[in-house]
Design a protein around this ligand. Structure first.
Ligand code: URA
Length: 219
């Protein structure tokens, strides 16, 4: 009905993000975020982790099953692909900060897969609701380079017109009013695309090539 607000219109993490907080305080506050309904079915919030002085920040989509259980980003199979690719591209994973555009695991169940939780992509509304956390992380870390891992991260950083197939492996300016303002953004595929690919080696080499663009930008 025109003029009627659905409860979804109110999705935002903004009231949960404390002003003037450091990363530790942000992480603590994010643990209690109810800015959208995704928190309801998850084990915990998965906040970013890594070097708070990193020159490069990696942004994924959302935690997966393992990350939801362990409370840390990229600790599952996609994280192992990413670590190997970073190393090959000349970026030390220990010198990065890694986070996700959405901090809770979104999943569904399908009857033929029993109790297994199957990843479901976040909606644009959930993505924008979670934006204040990503913005606060990037504001504190002030990285030189932000790597967008896949389409969802690209949309969070560059807007909904972002297309990973067209823009991957390029250097893009962060929008002055966007979360990565002042940084160079290098988009690439999500590392889980390597795991799903028929030709894993070729797709993996593409990921490494894109990460080399980020490594070169760091000098
Ligand atoms: N995929 C993501 O985008 N993030 C994670 O933390 C794990 C898998």
């Amino acid at each position: 009905m025109a003029g009627t607000k659905s409860p979804e219109d109110a999705y935002t993490a903004a009231p949960f993000v404390p002003e003037g907080a450091d990363l530790g305080a942000l992480r603590e506050a994010a643990a209690g975020c109810h800015g959208c309904p995704l928190h309801r079915d998850t084990t915990q919030t998965v906040f970013g982790a890594g070097d708070p002085d990193a020159r490069v920040v990696l942004v994924g989509e959302q935690p997966g099953d393992q990350e939801d259980r362990q409370g840390k980003p990229f600790v599952g199979p996609a994280g192992r692909v990413l670590d190997r690719a970073l190393g090959e591209a000349g970026i030390d994973p220990d010198e990065t900060y890694i986070t996700n555009a959405v901090k809770h695991f979104k999943f569904t169940h399908v009857p033929e897969r029993g109790k297994r939780r199957i990843h479901k992509p976040p909606s644009l509304r959930e993505l924008s609701a979670c934006g204040p956390w990503l913005e606060a992380e990037l504001e504190l870390i002030e990285p030189e380079v932000v790597v967008a891992l896949g389409a969802t991260a690209g949309k969070a950083l560059l807007g909904s017109s972002f297309r990973v197939s067209k823009q991957r492996g390029t250097r893009l300016e962060g929008n002055p009013s966007g979360p990565a303002r002042g940084a160079l953004i290098v988009p690439t595929i999500h590392p889980s695309a390597v795991l799903r690919a028929d030709d894993r080696e070729a797709v993996y080499e593409g990921l490494v090539a894109d990460l080399r663009v980020a490594a070169e930008a760091l000098g």
